[in-house]
Design a protein around this ligand. Structure first.
Ligand code: FAD
Length: 574
């Protein structure tokens, strides 16, 4: 067994001792600050074991953290005198160099998408050293994340990232136009609806009778927005972005703590180390399955086209078209471009291969259901544009319980994109996370127990906004893609509810916009819709059948319950 004289170990000696170990296996050793990492790879360069050690001047080497390595190579290193490591001192204050040369930071974030960039900016501004690992820094060309709700715009402002919405030809969004079998109702984002934190100001404003500016959303090309976010992250102090494909987590097999990630960069394997590893690698997350047994559930796909110079019934509004089939969304994403997203549930007969496939479904079922003025641009896009699709997934949130790891964004929680809530959730999560992990609350991110405690608080605190967006998206989708009589009754009830205006619009749209953050408001409006749907169901048609309809209207209410409650329960999971 090698045991060094505690007072005499120098940096060079330490390196030498580590180098000597290569006869048994390859050792990658870094001495940075008062901390080092040891990665044990097998012959195929796979990580077999990893340890992190602290060269603590008082306590000596952190033997608990180092123990896995000790067992495998029978080495113990103690260092009681930090001055005996003169080489390390020069590296101490140079966190930029630590990130670039040694790939070590306080936080390693996997994925420079919406969540990854927002968290990088938020933590970097707090003085945390941040590494972002992104597999491709090219502008993404995707059909997702193109409409940011006002609640997301507000969160972006809080992070000081508002300018990311500039210079991308973004379009202002004031609300939605809901078209139900050709009949239209405009549902605008509500005046005076404010973030809960602004509740006091809102009340005084209402008492004074002053009206605030209506909140606004923005729609844009996803790739352009992402590039702005990445530019902002790259320009933030303490943040370094690497183009590398994360392949594996580096884990202390004894304590189960996550120490960082393995990645392929410039075709070579490399490692990135941090006290915290944030996994934000999106909907098809490579790492999620290691931490939760359940898989995302997908009942349908969105099929996308880009319409050129479409004549929309209500410019600056998202359009939701409801009819016989599943919903269709239309919203402008640039001066000349409009995104069309057509929901096609699994096993839709009119989209089957025998019926001519998705193109035939779009031509025969969808085009006739669209407002006439949109049909020419949709038909032209169907002929010229490539058809692309994405699964619409549901994945309820979970608490992060693994030391050293945080799963976030679509990797941790997804809802149907009908209400365009994913980015609003991601950016608000970044705001909340940075508040709960601020240096005032968590001075050092290697305080694993404190970080886990804060993550448990995070799980419950985010509910005010995210449970509303998650449940609303799933419940509205069930109504808007109605495939039985009771759901159709609820769908009609919902449309008639919007037609009543006032609070029947302000409440639901405020929830959807991410500016009303109260699950009880959602509960109230959902069951108001259900009662209205029951009433309409009972009173329509022949008076002689009234008693029968009264009886079967209970089925409508029951359906509302089985639509909503499973999603409510899924939010109560720890
Ligand atoms: C059809 C559809 C439409 C949508 N429309 C909207 C909308 O209008 N509004 C809205 O708010 N939300 C919308 N969403 C949801 C929204 O797109 C997501 O919620 C949001 O993009 C999630 O952000 P994220 O950062 O978690 O993941 P992403 O934005 O997907 O980012 C993940 C990043 O990780 C990188 N990555 C992946 N694997 C690795 C790896 N191994 N190593 C390194 N990097 C890696 C990826 O390259 C990517 O940059 C939509 C979703 C779908 C499916």
């Amino acid at each position: 067994m090698h045991r060094a004289d505690p007072a005499a170990v120098s940096f060079d000696m330490l390196m030498l001792m580590m180098d000597n170990l290569t006869s048994t296996f390859f050792v990658n050793c870094e001495v940075i600050l008062s901390r080092y990492h040891v990665v044990h790879r097998d012959d195929d360069s796979n990580v077999r074991n990893a340890g992190v050690g602290l060269l603590d001047p008082c306590a000596g080497a952190d033997s608990t953290e180092l123990s896995p390595f000790q067992t495998s190579c029978d080495l113990s290193i103690c260092c009681h005198n930090e001055q005996s490591l003169p080489h390390t001192m020069a590296l101490f204050d140079n966190s930029e160099r630590r990130r670039r040369e040694h790939h070590e930071a306080d936080v390693v974030i996997v994925g420079a998408g919406v969540l990854g960039c927002a968290v990088a900016v938020a933590l970097g501004k707090q003085g945390r050293s941040v590494i972002v690992v992104e597999r491709s820094l090219k502008e993404p060309d995707r059909i997702v994340g193109e409409l940011l709700q006002p609640g997301g715009v507000q969160a972006l402002e809080k992070l000081g990232m508002r300018e990311c919405l500039e210079e991308i030809d973004a379009v202002k969004v004031f609300g939605y136009d809901v078209i139900y079998y050709g009949e239209e109702v405009g549902i605008r984002y509500p005046e005076n609806a404010r973030d809960v934190e602004d509740e006091k100001t809102r009340r005084t404003d209402e008492m004074r009778g002053t009206k605030r500016k209506r909140p606004e959303g923005r729609s844009f090309h996803h790739g352009r927005f992402i590039q702005q976010l990445r530019k902002k992250a790259a320009a933030t102090p303490n943040v370094t972005i690497f183009e590398a494909n994360a392949t594996e987590l580096v884990r202390n097999e004894y304590t189960n703590q996550i120490l960082g990630v393995e990645a392929i960069m410039d075709e070579k394997p490399t490692s990135f180390f941090g006290h915290l590893t944030v996994i934000a690698d999106g909907y098809a997350s490579k790492f999620r399955k290691q931490f939760r047994p359940d898989l995302p559930v997908s009942r349908s796909k969105f099929w996308a086209l880009e319409l050129i110079d479409a004549d929309l019934p209500m410019p600056n509004h998202g359009h939701v078209i409801l009819g016989e089939g599943a919903p269709v969304l239309l919203y402008q994403i640039g001066t000349h471009e409009t995104r069309a997203l057509v929901d096609i549930p699994e096993n839709t007969p009119t989209a089957s291969v025998a019926a001519g496939g998705v193109k035939a479904h779009l031509r025969n079922v969808v085009i006739p259901s669209l407002p006439q003025q949109v049909q020419p641009s949709f038909t032209a896009a169907l002929e010229k544009d490539r058809l692309r699709s994405m699964p619409n997934s549901w994945l309820p949130p979970t608490t992060n319980k693994t030391p050293g790891l945080i799963l976030l964004g679509d990797a941790m929680n997804m809802r149907h994109p009908l209400t365009g809530g994913g980015m609003t959730v991601a950016i608000n999560d970044a705001v909340l996370l940075s508040e709960l992990l601020s240096p005032e609350r968590v001075p050092s991110l290697d305080n694993i127990q404190l970080v886990l405690k804060q993550m448990s608080e995070f799980h419950w605190k985010r509910k005010g906004l995210t449970s509303v967006i998650n449940i609303l998206a799933q419940a509205l989708y069930s109504l808007f893609a109605a495939d039985d009589a009771q759901l159709k009754a609820l769908q009609q009830g919902c449309f008639e509810y919007f037609k009543l205006g006032g609070n029947c619009v302000d409440g639901p749209v405020g929830l959807l916009a991410g500016i009303i953050r109260n699950p009880f408001v959602l509960f109230y409006h959902f069951f108001s819709v259900a009662l209205l749907a029951m009433w309409l169901y009972i009173t329509k048609g022949n008076a002689l059948l009234l008693p029968l309809r009264m009886l079967s209207s209970v089925g409508v209410f029951y359906k509302a319950c089985i639509v909503l409650f499973p999603y409510i329960f899924s939010e109560l999971r720890t």
